[in-house]
Ligand binder design. Structure first.
Ligand SMILES: [Zn+2]
Length: 339
C-alpha cells in the first residue's frame, strides 16, 4: 500500500515537473530577451535578424548550446562586448564574461584559506548591491583579497568591478579583473536576499537555491532550547554568555524535497513549519505531529535557502530560510527579477 501511494506521489511530481520545466524555460527566456535587447541596441541590428543568427548558430552547433549561449557567441562574432558598458546587477546572466558593475558592499565574509591538490590559496566572498538587485562576489586574487585585509575595502563602501565573470549566479574575479573603490553614491540598494531559481539537480554546496518543490517525506522533529537573548543553544537553561536564562523552545524538522529533477534533505525550523499549516502544539508534541504529518507531505511551495554540507554525515542539506506560496503573482515577480 505504501508503494502505491508513493507511486501516486511520483505521478503528481512528474506532472508538476512538466509545469516547472515550462517555468524554467520562461525564466531563461527572460535572460535571453534581456540579452537580445542589449545586443540589438549595441549592434543596431533588428532583433529578428539577430534571432536568425542565433538559430543558425545553434543549428551549426547541433543544438548543443542554449539560446542564451548562442546569442553571446553571435555578439562576440559581431565584435560586441560589454567591455565598457556598466550593467545593473539584475541584468547579469549566467555565462557573462567581462562584466562591469558597481555596487555597495553589504557584507564581507571571513576570508577562507584552501588547499587544493597541494596548492594553497585564499578566497574571499562578499555581497554587493545596487538599486536593482544584489549578488555574491568571489575574489580569488591575493592582491584583491589584500584590499579587504588592509581595510581599503570595507562594508558600506561603493566599489567598481571590471572584467569579472558570472559563474553559478556569482560574480567571480580573477587576476585579470579589476576592483576599486568608487566615489559614487548608490542609494536605495536592494538588501533583501535574492535567491536564484534553480533545480535541485543543479544545486551545489555553498550556493543558494530557490525551487518550487514538494515535500515527499517528513521525519520526527528534534527539540532543543536556545537562549532568549542571543539565540544560541543552551544546556540546562544556561547560556555560555548570558548565564541562567529563560530558554526558548526550538524545533528542527528534517524533510525531503523533490522538484522533479532530484530530491534533497532539508531542514525546517519551527517558525517556518507554521507556514505549512502546523500549529505550535503540532510541532512540539510528537503525538500531534504524527497526526498532522500526512498533511505536510505533498505540500508544494517555493522553498529558498542555502545548500551546505553536513560534515558529520557526509551529505548535503538544504537549510530552508523562506517558504512562499506558489501563486501567479509570485511567478511574475520572480520573472521580473526579485522585487
Ligand atoms: Zn545567550
Amino acid at each position: 500500500m505504501k508503494r502505491s501511494r508513493f507511486y501516486l506521489k511520483e505521478k503528481v511530481i512528474r506532472k508538476q515537473h512538466n509545469a516547472f520545466k515550462g517555468f524554467l524555460f520562461l525564466n531563461n527566456m527572460d535572460n535571453y530577451a534581456k540579452l537580445l535587447e542589449r545586443i540589438s541596441q549595441a549592434s543596431r541590428l533588428q532583433k529578428e535578424e539577430l534571432e536568425r543568427k542565433v538559430e543558425a548558430k545553434r543549428a551549426k552547433l547541433s543544438g548543443l548550446v542554449s539560446k542564451e549561449g548562442a546569442i553571446q557567441i553571435v555578439a562576440a562574432e559581431l565584435g560586441i562586448n560589454f567591455d565598457r558598458e556598466r550593467m545593473k546587477i539584475s541584468e547579469l546572466v549566467q555565462g557573462m564574461k567581462r562584466v562591469n558593475v558597481a555596487g555597495k558592499i553589504l557584507n564581507i565574509f571571513p576570508i577562507r584559506q584552501y588547499n587544493k591538490n597541494g596548492r594553497e590559496g585564499k578566497v574571499a566572498n562578499m555581497v554587493i548591491a545596487d538599486e536593482s538587485s544584489n549578488i555574491k562576489i568571489v575574489l580569488w586574487d591575493i592582491s584583491h583579497i589584500a584590499l579587504i585585509e588592509n581595510g581599503k575595502i570595507k562594508t558600506g563602501d561603493v566599489i567598481e568591478i571590471g572584467n569579472a565573470m558570472i559563474r553559478n549566479g556569482e560574480l567571480h574575479l580573477s587576476s585579470f579583473s579589476d576592483i576599486k573603490q568608487s566615489n559614487e553614491r548608490i542609494d536605495n540598494v536592494v538588501t533583501k536576499r535574492v535567491y536564484h531559481i534553480k533545480r535541485i539537480s543543479d544545486a551545489k554546496t555553498g550556493q543558494d537555491l530557490k525551487t518550487r518543490a514538494v515535500i515527499v517525506q517528513a521525519f520526527d522533529p528534534r527539540y532543543f532550547e536556545v537562549c532568549s537573548e542571543c539565540g544560541k543553544k543552551v544546556i540546562d537553561s544556561e547560556c555560555k554568555i548570558h548565564g541562567k536564562v529563560e530558554p526558548k523552545r526550538r524545533a528542527l524538522i528534517n524533510v525531503v524535497l523533490d522538484d522533479g529533477t532530484d530530491n534533497i534533505r532539508a531542514l525546517l525550523s519551527n517558525e517556518l513549519a507554521i507556514k505549512l499549516g502546523l500549529g505550535e502544539e503540532d510541532i512540539f508534541s510528537l503525538e500531534k505531529f504524527y497526526e498532522k504529518k500526512s498533511s505536510v507531505i505533498g505540500e508544494e511551495k517555493f522553498f529558498a535557502g542555502s545548500i551546505r554540507s553536513n560534515a558529520l554525515y557526509n551529505t548535503t542539506e538544504f537549510n530552508i530560510e523562506s517558504i512562499e506560496d506558489f501563486s501567479i503573482e509570485d511567478l511574475i515577480k520572480d520573472l521580473e527579477g526579485n522585487k
